[in-house]
Design a protein. Structure first.
Length: 162
């Protein structure tokens, strides 16, 4: 890219480091003509196609705000949400696609959210999968119960029916 100061068409990389999550790299550059320094960030391109057809860059913050609503009143911290958003990003990046349907993001959220908090999961799933009857809730809860029974040896899993 051109130097942002003098538009010289070349620059020299003087430092480069990978972000903690390994998903981006920052490069400190210097212009050989004017000596100006600037930073570039390189990530694999990842765009979301919304239902309206609008395309926007993937944002962990958007994932977090969508999930945060479902987590109201639940014992879920901001750190939990940040980790969930990171897992979602890793999942969708693994597809290798540069454009992802918004639907795929919702799908990628369901698994980690279920691990995090089942009530929040049911709330989120009811909106995302457009539950329109008690039967839909019953089916989703039944599925959770089946999976609990399978994981019965896990002492962290409790059945709080009553
Ligand atoms: Zn320059």
């Amino acid at each position: 890219m051109h130097c942002p100061f003098c538009r010289h068409p070349d620059s020299r990389v003087i430092d480069s480091r990978t972000s903690d999550d390994g998903l981006s790299i920052r490069r400190r550059r210097q212009c050989p003509q004017c000596g100006g320094r600037f930073t570039t960030v390189e990530t694999a391109s990842l765009n979301i196609i919304k239902r309206s057809g609008v395309i926007e860059p993937f944002s962990r913050e958007k994932v977090m705000s969508g999930v945060r609503k479902a987590c109201q009143g639940r014992p879920v911290t901001e750190a939990d949400l940040a980790l969930l958003a990171q897992r979602v990003e890793e999942t969708v990046r693994q597809t290798g696609a540069s454009q992802i349907d918004a639907n795929e993001i919702g799908l990628a959220i369901l698994g980690p959210l279920r691990d995090l908090d089942e009530v929040a999961y049911l709330r989120f799933a009811s909106v995302y999968q457009a539950f329109d009857s008690l039967d839909d809730f019953e089916a989703a809860i039944e599925q959770l119960r089946i999976d609990h029974a399978r994981g019965a040896q896990d002492p962290g899993v409790t059945d709080d029916r009553e």
